[in-house]
Write a protein that binds this ligand. Structure first.
Ligand SMILES: [Zn+2]
Ligand SMILES: [Zn+2]
Length: 311
């Protein structure tokens, strides 16, 4: 179903399923969908692993006391500034946590330079709220975007490079995605391996637990057997694939990659937040629900704001 057909049928239906985002038009801020779950990470213990999906690719992870925030985007719009304001997609769901309710992240992971992943206003807000207290990790040739902000440390990792920060080993993982911030920039997918912007997924290891944050990627076998042990949690993108499948995987491909990395648990992201792909906004979660039983990995989060504790 095309987006417009979906919008009119949503109007007629008047109700949404458990994981659907109910809205009838491209909403003004007053019509923003508010996630039905509100996570409470301040209650998370320091001897467990937790994950909650805040919105789009923004995921809050706690690994044994270390708080990690991925691709933080908390504003209403992403895109470049202009005389007329920010030009770019507007979010249709509120983030499940705002800056006031977030715990201080120890580490911010940035997968790549796209506006829906490296959101400068949100990063400015984080570094101004906790100046000199938060580490940032970016992909190859991306720290120029954030290096001037008040971070505790700035780390740039190319594929396979690793760093231990705050007791968490962080390994940059290869993905298939275009990394430019503006169309005229060089990127790795365009053949500029050393001079272009790159994109990362991240493998996070701490005290025997492994969490993978997939960033943005098309299907790739690069995730196969990334760990001799099994991966505990794979946080994978499932949206914006229609019309962009060369750089964005669909839900079945995301589940397949999770299976190929032997992931016990699956957390979806990169949907239910911005209009990006040509699929209707509820389609990624619908496809995930219908495909999940055919895969080994277990989907443990199916809506914004839900929390998962690894046992
Ligand atoms: Zn991207
Ligand atoms: Zn993206």
């Amino acid at each position: 179903m095309k987006r417009r057909e979906f919008l009119s049928s949503a109007l007629l239906a008047g109700a949404a399923s458990a994981v659907s985002v109910p809205f009838a038009t491209r909403p003004a801020q007053a019509n923003l969908y508010t996630p039905r779950y509100t996570p409470d990470p301040h209650q998370w213990r320091d001897d467990e692993v937790y994950v909650t999906w805040i919105g789009h690719a923004t995921v809050l992870i706690k690994m044994f006391g270390t708080v990690i925030l991925t691709d933080p985007v908390l504003g209403m719009k992403v895109g470049p500034d202009s005389l007329f304001g920010t030009i770019g997609p507007q979010r249709f769901s509120r983030p499940a946590l705002d800056l006031d309710s977030l715990p201080k992240p120890d580490i911010v992971l940035l997968s790549h330079a796209h506006m829906d992943h490296t959101d400068l206003p949100t990063l400015q807000a984080i570094t101004q709220r906790w100046p000199g207290q938060v580490r940032v990790v970016s992909a190859w040739n991306n720290t120029d975007l954030v290096g001037e902000m008040m971070w505790k440390s700035v780390t740039e990792l190319d594929w396979k490079q690793k760093e231990v920060l705050d007791d968490v080993q962080i390994i940059a993982q290869e993905v298939v995605h275009n990394g430019w911030r503006y169309p005229w920039e060089r990127d790795r997918l365009g053949g500029y391996v050393s001079s272009g912007r790159s994109c990362n997924a991240y493998i996070l290891r701490s005290k025997g637990a492994t969490v993978v944050f997939g960033g943005d990627t098309a299907y790739t076998p690069a995730f196969s057997n990334i760990d001799q042990r099994e991966v505990d949690v794979a946080i994978m993108p499932i949206g914006a694939y229609e019309g962009f499948n060369d750089v964005h995987c669909n839900p079945v491909e995301a589940l397949t990659m999770a299976d190929e990395m032997n992931a016990r648990y699956f957390v979806p992201m990169h949907c239910l937040t911005f209009f990006l792909g040509d699929e209707d906004v509820n389609e990624p979660m619908r496809q995930l629900r219908s495909a999940r039983s055919c895969h080994n990995t277990e989907v443990v989060i199916s809506n914004l704001g839900q929390e998962f504790m690894l046992i």
